[in-house]
Design a protein around this ligand. Sequence first.
Ligand code: ADP
Ligand code: ASP
Ligand code: MG
Length: 439
Amino acid sequence: MLKVLKFGGSSLADAAQFRKVADIIKSEKERRYIVASAPGKRFSSDIKITDMLLDCFEHLYDEEYTDTSFTAIENRYREIISDLGLDYSLEEEFKNIRTAFVNHAGRDYFASRGEYLNAKILAKYLDYKFVDAGSCIFFNNDGSLDTEKTNTTISKVLEKYEYAVIPGFYGSMPNGTIKTFSRGGSDITGSLVARAVLADIYENWTDVSGLLMVDPRLVENPKTVSEITYRELRELSYMGATVLHEEAIFPVRKAGIPINIKNTNAPEDKGTMIVSKAITESSENVITGIAGLPGFTAIYIEKDMMNSEVGFTRRVLETLENHNICFEHLPSGIDTMSIVLRSDDIKDFKGNITADIVKKVNPDSITLLDNLALVAVVGRGMISAAGTAAKIFKALADANINIRMIDQGSSELNIIIGVEEKDYIAAIKAIYNKFVNEE
Ligand code: ADP
Ligand code: ASP
Ligand code: MG
């Protein structure tokens, strides 16, 4: 049995949290490879180290500001070391980072030092080997991950050590410079390590007792999801359930390694198991979870008989391709189609895109609908439970929420509803209440 564990920022925010983490790790000898995040928030108004580093970088040319900020960052680490009573110094590392900063090392290098330094402390505290992610996670020149090289290198390097700590969030480019994943990316590192060492399980330790049916910042005390499939979770994390980075699923899914989301502050709680095939056919409440995001725009196109016009959709989508834009959803009727896109992606080309579409397909009408939010209702049980959609629409109607768009994924795993941005939190609450509290 071999376990890979990833601890998030709040799990490693101060010495008290480090002690909990060490207790968890040392309680099972199978817990061998540990991925560490940078120190997160100790209390709600606190600032994560990664945010402090990025802020420091924003003020690159303000020497006084960066000096003060960097000292504050160093002090967080000094405090952890002294509170843990460690005979250990990071002063040399701090000096190197300051020098690199002055010499204009990149933004990603700087952002990555949060996990680098924290992993060093954790390795020392546990008396585990420190293995730098820069020497075993590799990106290609286009910024994508070099999956093969990463996988073989991690597995070769870790073969040498029975126990090790690896910093999350970053790897290196072909020219040796440091590149980070997108925010929250330590989850991806954990997944890559789990796959490379062929772990039996990837434990992802955070500050909640697993994936909850909805974002706990929107609904008070939502139910925990005990079991979820990779595909369901992918839908939810893509739509804003940020407990696990949306890309963290791929490496372990390939290898069939389950992920267990666990709470560092309540280690006895079972948490959530993320698996390829769930033991239970449906979640207790038919739906597994709900997530939502604002910031979408729909392009609504109408043309009589568009269905019989060969190549109609291709010509419309070509317009987007020419502007290098991806679309999110494409619900369509006989004489209508809507394209849902992220508003940020098209904000600079709105006029051009509509003009191009008019030129290419000559529609009867074309309308842009801004300020759209999408709500995803996800559940493997929906396929066999009649009336799920009706129940969702009833919940929204009862809450007086106007539905602007509906799209049922072809897998019947999810129903996506477009509502006005001002309504989306109320929409999530209404759907949750209907399925969980009015059963
Ligand atoms: P970590 O620093 O451990 O990686 P994150 O802050 O990235 O932790 O993720 C955990 C947070 O995700 C929770 O504290 C919670 O606020 C948020 N979150 C959003 N949606 C959900 C959800 N559906 N279930 C659980 N947590 C969620
Ligand atoms: N520390 C990084 C962030 O705050 C990565 C992570 O926590 O996963 O985004
Ligand atoms: Mg996270």
